[in-house]
Design a protein around this ligand. Structure first.
Ligand SMILES: Cc1cc2nc3c(=O)[nH]c(=O)nc-3n(C[C@H](O)[C@H](O)[C@H](O)COP(=O)(O)O)c2cc1C
Length: 356
């Protein structure tokens, strides 16, 4: 039995958000000194050249990253890199601090290996995150910053929100993600309307002196037509990719009592839906637009399915909560085996292998 398998039942007696905060405190303490960080690396990192992905003008040591929401305030990026993740997406970062929704707002659906959250963009704000990047530096794997607006912002104020976070954090990440798909923040206006998206991208384009990659994160619940409309806008602005997908408001086929909680569902039940969105995107763009696949990744097989459907990289959050610190290592080991079984010598060869 792994250490995590014996600790997990205890951690799962705590409210989910408390356990998350405790876990982050342990990670923060572990990354604070070089010997403890190196001990993590030694135990958990798995390197293999077949796993390397060249994208966004940088090299990802492996395609398995941490999804937005886990490290909203850039507190544990070094520990996550030491645990063997190939990249870390920080955020969602809002321009100013924000408390988010009332607690409890994060729920485990144990029987379904899923979670429901309605965090509501709680976070320390762009200035604190900037200070943390300044103090801690960035880790030795690529970093993304996921950018969001304040919950109370009007459509016009939202544009200024994205611009502010982008400007404050501009020097640090390898890529930015504009998050217009959170299902648990207030619906003040249609965040995915073409006019609004155009206004955001025009503004960020004007500020993007160094041509940093900008991606958009989409949800799994929109009709195919509106997803494809969004892709047209992404191409119109020559953006760099799409993160697919955010959590879902759907609740089919679940067993756990907590399915009644409102918010976004993540984890295993989201797997097929998000892979199908990835496939649709990859087919529509002929595999030309980079896709970061996210939703229910918890094993080499589930990561590989997203890669074969067209994702160049994958990310996870819920799978990490259920599988613990060995998650990245086990997925990466398994991916190397799956690649070789299928006669591929690298991840890059397998991207989109299932497309016609
Ligand atoms: C507690 C929690 C908080 C999240 N917060 C964010 C967020 O701030 N921004 C974002 O883009 N996605 C957020 N997500 C969504 C994840 O990044 C991811 O898209 C989703 O959980 C599906 O992946 P998973 O099944 O591996 O968890 C959050 C997810 C969870 C569970």
């Amino acid at each position: 039995m792994s250490l995590y398998a014996s600790v997990r039942p205890l951690a799962f007696t705590l409210p989910a958000e408390t356990a998350h905060e405790l876990g982050k405190r342990v990670l923060r303490a572990t990354q604070a000194t070089r010997p403890t960080r190196e001990a993590l690396e030694y135990a958990y990192r798995y390197d293999h050249e077949a796993l390397e992905v060249d994208l966004f003008d940088t090299t990802f040591p492996n395609p398995v990253g941490v999804a937005a929401g886990f490290d909203k305030n850039a507190e544990v990026t070094h520990a996550l890199a030491a645990l063997g993740f190939g990249f870390v997406e920080v955020g969602t970062v809002t321009p100013y601090p924000q408390p988010g929704n009332d607690r409890p707002r994060l729920f485990r659906l144990r029987e379904d290996e899923a979670m429901v959250n309605r965090m509501g963009f709680n976070g320390h704000g762009a200035d604190r995150v900037r200070q943390r990047f300044e103090a801690d530096g960035v880790p030795d794997v690529p970093v993304g910053v996921n950018v969001g607006k304040m919950n109370t912002s009007s459509e016009r104020e939202a544009i200024e929100d994205y611009r502010r976070v982008f400007d404050r954090l501009y020097p640090y990440p390898d890529y930015f993600v504009v998050n217009v798909s959170c299902p648990n923040t207030p619906d003040e206006f249609d965040e995915q309307s073409p006019e609004h998206l155009r206004a955001i991208f025009e503004t960020l384009e004007g500020e993007n002196d160094e041509d940093k990659p900008i991606l958009v994160k989409i949800g799994p619940d929109s009709p195919e037509e509106s997803v494809l409309d969004l892709v047209d806008i992404v191409e119109e602005f020559d953006l760099d990719g799409i993160v697919a997908t955010n959590t879902t408001t759907a609740r089919e086929g679940l067993e756990s009592a907590n399915q009644q909680e409102w918010g976004g569902l993540s984890g295993k039940p989201l797997t097929e839906r998000s892979t199908s969105v990835i496939r649709t995107l990859a087919e529509y763009t002929d595999g030309e637009l980079p896709i970061i696949g996210v939703g229910g990744v918890d094993s080499a097989e589930s990561a590989y399915a997203k890669i074969r459907a067209g994702a160049s990289l994958v990310q996870l959050y819920t799978g990490f909560v259920y599988n613990g610190p060995t998650t990245a290592r086990e997925i990466n080991r398994g991916l190397v085996e799956l690649l070789y079984q299928d006669g591929f010598s690298s991840i890059e060869e397998a991207v989109g292998a299932d497309l016609e």
